[in-house]
Write a protein that binds this ligand. Structure first.
Ligand code: SAM
Length: 215
């Protein structure tokens, strides 16, 4: 449960160098519910100048991702892509995001195949809700992008409609979505996305820009 989770009291207390090595530069890209880390691994060479952080609530899955990154770093030491810009930590993204990320810190946030929580009484457990969207908007800088993808149409409609209704988000045009390199990557790189493809399922995508703060 939550009291076993370790999290800083405020973002400035976070020792990012412990996760990435080198400087204490904070991550600018977050993968919420990163699962087994496929997106992190594929984003690493695509966003070489950014530090990318996966947040995962399951202990064993987090450990798997840490081991995976450790092995990749070992194999690729000294190479152009050395995987030192990706990391993973165990955390509940629905509760502690503002502990890790300061105002306007993030450029991109990914929600890839989040748990659907089908039952009506479980909708409050969904990772996108009006309250949580305000937290995500706080952590994102104006111009930053929220990426969502799911194979569950009902969840897609839920995420899309809540993002559309929020004053600090605007949907990307379909041209922008189609030409975005990160959309291409998130469509194919995650473990869940691969499973959906194997089973011939659909993938619903919606991306939103964090708008300027109102004057
Ligand atoms: N994004 C990955 C992918 O596409 O392969 C994983 C998708 S999986 C269906 C959803 C993941 O979100 C699970 O690994 C789950 O443990 C994680 N998760 C659920 N609620 C979470 C929360 N509140 N904070 C962080 N991770 C969470």
């Amino acid at each position: 449960s939550d009291h076993e989770l370790i999290y800083p009291a405020k973002p400035e207390d976070m020792k990012w160098s412990m996760l990435y090595g080198g400087s204490n530069e904070a991550p600018t890209v977050a993968d919420v519910g990163c699962g087994f880390g496929g997106l992190l691994v594929s984003l690493s060479p695509a966003l070489p100048k950014e530090r990318i952080l996966g947040i995962e609530i399951r202990v064993q899955v987090t450990q798997y991702v840490l081991d995976r990154i450790h092995a990749l770093r070992k194999q690729n030491q000294g190479k152009e892509v050395d995987y030192t810009n990706i990391a993973c930590l165990r955390g509940n993204a629905m509760k502690f995001l503002p502990n890790f990320f300061g105002k306007g810190q993030l450029k991109k946030v990914f929600f890839c195949f989040p748990d659907p929580h089908f039952k009506l009484r479980k909708h409050k457990a969904r990772i996108i809700s009006p309250t949580l969207l305000s937290e995500y908007a706080y952590c994102l800088r104006p111009g930053g992008i929220v990426y969502t993808i799911t194979d569950v149409k009902d969840l897609h409609d839920w995420m899309r409609s809540h993002l559309e209704a929020h004053p600090l988000f605007e949907r990307l045009s379909s041209e922008e979505e189609e030409s975005d390199e990160c959309v291409k990557i998130m469509t194919t790189a995650t473990e869940e996305g691969k499973k959906v493809a194997r089973n011939g399922g659909s993938k619903y995508i919606a991306c939103f820009r964090r708008t300027e703060n109102p004057k």
